[in-house]
Design a binder for this molecule. Structure first.
Ligand code: UDX
Length: 426
């Protein structure tokens, strides 16, 4: 059945959500109040890097099923479902800042049509649905989002599961029906449980990664090869291969924020989630081990040395640097006296963002290596594999390479005269 839906917030969650709901045949109005983002959308552009998103948005617009508005209150007029896809940033104490959720709820409340259902896609502390219900006077369904940046379109078109939680189970089922064409298993539960499922998923993924990164540290100590250890683990179908790539630690807009928030939620409820606290400590250690490897490659001293860095985003296929381990590592290198020349395919040399202050931004991977004493791979950009490493070697003053993503072929790197340091491999 075709429904009329408003999606509030045109960010990493709202844009794919709106595009996919339009693909499923619904009529969707996306509200984005930021002038620049709105301007990009109405002219057929996309304000974020996300594979396949532009095409899907354009398809919706061409079919007459997707339109844009600058005002949330205008977008919800006539909508039977209102999806809240606004940011819930992290406060300094680790808890989630709900001010965007609250202000949007207040803004749309007078414009909601009778019978409208408010759907919360933002990751919010357990109990927030009740708050939104109080502000809007409408039934609220928690429908957490599990999409990953970079594969958001695919993840939304083919979700592993759809979770809907509400005290009004009928409202929850109606939201579930919007996604019926995906054929994904539907979990209908209460709001608190749905909100907990979202945090639990991200906390589990973070812990899985912390485990494999700690394992990589162990492998280095005992002389094992983490890649084969992961093979041996992954074939056990209870473990699986996903989320077992060791790296410089996990980052991004969700895992760090949601693990901290869950620890706070647990604390407030009188439960000490010690295991999750340990995952965060292990993640900090994973980042520090990369800084230590670079330091070791430079003979123990960073002061006055130049480090080339490939990759600044928190993972490949996105332009997002929020809580990026690459940026955290760069900041540590700078703090310890190194100069950093960086290249990332999504960052232009003119970028003046705060997180990049003091970094020399370069046009390409070769330029970053000019006069550098060591080079570090911090994001797994595929294009780095195809570089001419003889040429890279010629540009550098010494040939030290730290591959924090185990992206490159050590034999090829060594042939070009480099000493190679990966993660968790001899
Ligand atoms: C995550 C969750 O996967 C998604 O379900 C949720 O909705 C939002 O948070 P995202 O933030 O896009 O998605 O990133 P994800 O692909 O999960 O990666 C998170 C971090 O883990 C990145 O820093 C990535 O580089 C790292 N990672 C991931 C690894 O180091 N190794 C892996 O094997 C997988």
């Amino acid at each position: 059945m075709t429904e009329t839906i408003a999606v509030i917030g045109g960010g990493y969650v709202g844009l794919p959500t709106a595009a996919v709901l339009a693909r499923f045949g619904h009529r969707v109005v996306l509200a984005e109040r930021d002038e620049e983002r709105y301007g990009a959308l109405v002219t057929g552009g996309v304000p974020i890097v996300e594979e396949g998103l532009r095409e899907l948005l354009q398809e919706g617009v061409r079919a007459g099923r997707l339109s844009f508005s600058k005002h949330a209150a205008e977008a919800v007029g006539g909508a039977g479902f209102v999806f809240l896809c606004v940011a819930t940033p992290e406060r300094p104490d680790g808890s989630a800042d709900l001010s965007f959720v609250e202000s949007v709820a207040g803004e749309i409340a007078p414009a909601l049509v009778p019978g409208a259902i408010v759907v919360n896609k933002s990751t919010v502390p357990v109990g927030t649905a009740l708050l939104v219900e109080r502000i809007t006077g409408a039934p609220v369904v928690s429908n957490p989002e599990f999409l990953r940046e970079g594969t958001a379109v695919r993840d939304s078109l083919h979700p592993d599961r759809v979770v809907v939680g509400a005290d009004d189970r009928r409202a929850a089922r109606r939201v579930g029906e919007l996604f019926s064409s995906t054929g994904a298993p539907l979990i209908v539960t209460d709001t608190v449980t749905a909100e907990t499922i979202k945090y639990a998923s991200n906390a589990f993924l973070a812990t899985k990664l912390s485990f494999v990164n700690a394992l990589a540290g162990l492998c280095e100590s005992v002389g094992a090869d983490v890649r084969d250890v992961v093979l041996g683990l992954g074939y056990d179908h209870r473990i699986g291969f996903e989320f077992l790539r060791p790296g410089p630690g996990w980052g991004g807009s969700c895992l760090p924020k949601d693990t901290s928030a869950l620890i706070r939620i647990a604390e407030e409820a009188g439960y000490d989630f010690a295991l999750l606290r340990a995952s965060i400590v292990a993640n900090d250690e994973a980042q520090e081990r990369v800084v230590a490897k670079v330091t070791e490659a430079l003979g123990g001293e960073l002061h006055g040395r130049t480090v080339a860095v490939w990759g600044l985003t928190f993972k490949a296929a996105t332009d997002d640097r929020r809580r990026s381990p690459a940026v955290a590592i760069v900041r540590q290198l700078l703090d310890r006296g190194a100069s950093v020349r960086a290249f990332d395919p999504t960052v232009s040399p003119g970028d003046e963002s705060d997180d990049l202050v003091g970094v020399t931004l370069c046009d390409d991977a070769y330029d970053a290596c000019r006069g550098a004493d060591a080079v570090a791979v911090l994001t797994e950009w595929d294009e780095l594999r195809g570089l001419d490493f003889e040429k890279v070697a010629d540009l550098m003053t010494s040939r030290e390479l730290v591959d924090a993503r185990n992206l490159l072929d050590p034999a090829a790197i060594r042939r070009a005269g480099f000493s190679y340091r990966g993660i968790g491999r001899p």
